[in-house]
Ligand binder design. Structure first.
Ligand code: ZN
Length: 242
């Protein structure tokens, strides 16, 4: 493992354009449960509440869950050593997470592929609100200008990826010569295509995951097995060490 970390660090030092691509695994140590898997949110909550058509038809039922999950227990989370390590590298981050933790750890360019829970959008007039401007005590949080239903600015099921984030992700994937893939198993389309786009454009792929993923045997050049919050600080120390 030490040898592999050294090798990955060498590659990062030589890289002219490094880009990180992150998923739920990087935020687990911050107390955010993953969505999938036996302990995932979807084993406890019904994912159909996050289907865009269901939300439009039943905003009250959807909002009950949205509040409980995203504006309840996820409210007090903090970045963990993996977020801080990545921020030290100073590279752009494409994330599938909606938790704002990369920004809070100090990463400057963060492409939020699946949007964010930090802002909400009015489904009627399109105005956007920061979460601290929204009254979550009503059953259905509403727009203070037109009374329309507010929706969190993250991507619901059957909703398309925000165009700007989609385009920027593809651009970064094509530009980079090294991609650091962290805490994502490549099961969620179309996000999972990003490392493949990078690979096809000639990038070297360094992967950090607790177990082998869809990427590992197909495109990964160095696989660092372990928890993001343990592997990344070691890797980044190695980058800045010598
Ligand atoms: Zn409105």
């Amino acid at each position: 493992m030490e040898e592999k970390i050294k090798k990955a660090a060498e590659r990062i030092k030589k890289s002219r354009k490094l880009v990180a691509f992150t998923g739920a695994g990087i935020s687990v140590a911050s107390g955010i449960p993953p969505f999938r898997g036996p302990d995932g949110l979807w084993s406890k909550y019904d994912p159909s509440c996050f289907d865009i058509d269901y939300f439009m038809a039943h905003p009250k039922e959807s909002w009950r869950l949205i509040k409980e999950i995203f504006y309840g227990f996820l409210q007090n989370v903090e970045p963990n050593p993996a977020h801080y390590a990545l921020a030290r590298l100073g590279c752009p981050v494409i994330t599938q997470n909606i938790d704002n933790l990369h920004q809070r750890a100090g990463s400057r360019e963060v492409v939020e592929y699946h949007g964010t829970a930090e802002t909400l959008v009015c489904m009627s007039c399109g105005k956007k609100f920061r979460r601290d401007e929204v009254d979550f005590s009503s059953e259905i949080p509403s727009c203070k200008y037109c009374g329309g239903v507010l929706k969190p600015d993250f991507v619901f099921f059957r909703e398309s990826i925000p165009k700007e984030a989609f385009d920027r992700s593809v651009e970064l994937a094509k530009e980079c010569d090294t991609m650091l893939v962290v805490g994502t198993t490549g099961e969620i389309m179309p996000a999972s295509r990003i490392p493949y786009i990078a690979k096809m454009a000639g990038a070297y792929i360094i992967e950090v995951n607790i177990k082998p993923s869809n990427f590992t045997y197909e495109i990964t050049d160095i696989f660092l097995q372990g928890k993001a919050e343990e592997v990344l600080p070691k890797l980044v120390d190695e980058v800045f060490h010598a």
